[in-house]
Design a binder for this molecule. Structure first.
Ligand code: SAM
Length: 193
């Protein structure tokens, strides 16, 4: 049982694109209440439930408290845009390297669509700084955004450092919502944005 229905969006995306593999290190940004992390624990085999496959790591971060979950390290009450959080992540990851960064982050909705959109894009841009610190070459990033005027800025910045960037809308995401995801694959380091 998942802690939240949002798991089904990641499930759908991961079934199609196989971002999470046994042995992978995954970072879950905006992880509370923890449903994406639950799926990630299973897919990267971070509890070593399957002894025949390598064991991965899941680290979840949220401003809120996240209830403990077997197989996951949680940084509760941490801001993903803060460099202190980035430093802690580096310590938690073996070799300071992640294979996947996932973000289902969302600011508290103000009700003003354009303002919420801008806030989420600004927060998501910090994921590119995080990638520069921890994402290994060839790694991938999945990140939620609300469609709007600044989406192309985020897309451009992602395209400068990932070989393949596309927009995905899982069926589990409500049709009438402006919620979309950028799926960015094949990270290449050291490209100037
Ligand atoms: N993916 C989660 C799951 O499946 O359980 C649901 C995530 S929820 C839609 C969005 C989360 O983003 C909220 O819990 C919120 O606290 C968190 N968030 C928003 N801004 C954040 C920030 N700057 N740093 C960390 N988490 C943040």
């Amino acid at each position: 049982n998942y802690r939240c229905r949002s798991a089904f969006k990641l499930l759908e995306i991961d079934d199609k694109y196989t971002l999470l593999k046994p042995g992978f290190n995954a970072i879950d940004c905006g992880a509370a209440p923890g449903a994406w992390s639950q799926l990630a624990v299973h897919r990267v085999n971070s509890t070593a439930a399957n002894g025949e496959f390598p064991r991965g790591i899941v680290v979840g971060i949220d401003l809120l408290h996240i209830a403990p979950l077997d197989g996951a390290h949680f940084l509760s009450n941490h801001d993903i845009t803060d460099s202190v959080t980035h430093a802690k992540l580096l310590e938690l990851l073996p070799g300071a390297q992640a294979h996947v960064i996932m973000s289902d982050m969302a600011p508290n909705a103000s009700g003003f669509k354009e303002m919420d959109h801008e806030k989420l894009i600004t927060m998501s841009l910090s994921l590119i700084d995080l990638a520069e610190k921890v994402l290994q070459t060839g790694g991938s990033l999945i990140c939620k955004y609300w469609d709007g005027a600044l989406a192309h800025q985020l897309q451009q910045k992602l395209s400068a450092v990932f070989r393949d960037v596309r927009t995905v809308k899982p069926k589990a995401s409500r049709k009438e919502s402006s919620e979309l995801f950028f799926l960015a694959r094949s990270y290449r380091k050291n490209k100037i944005v």
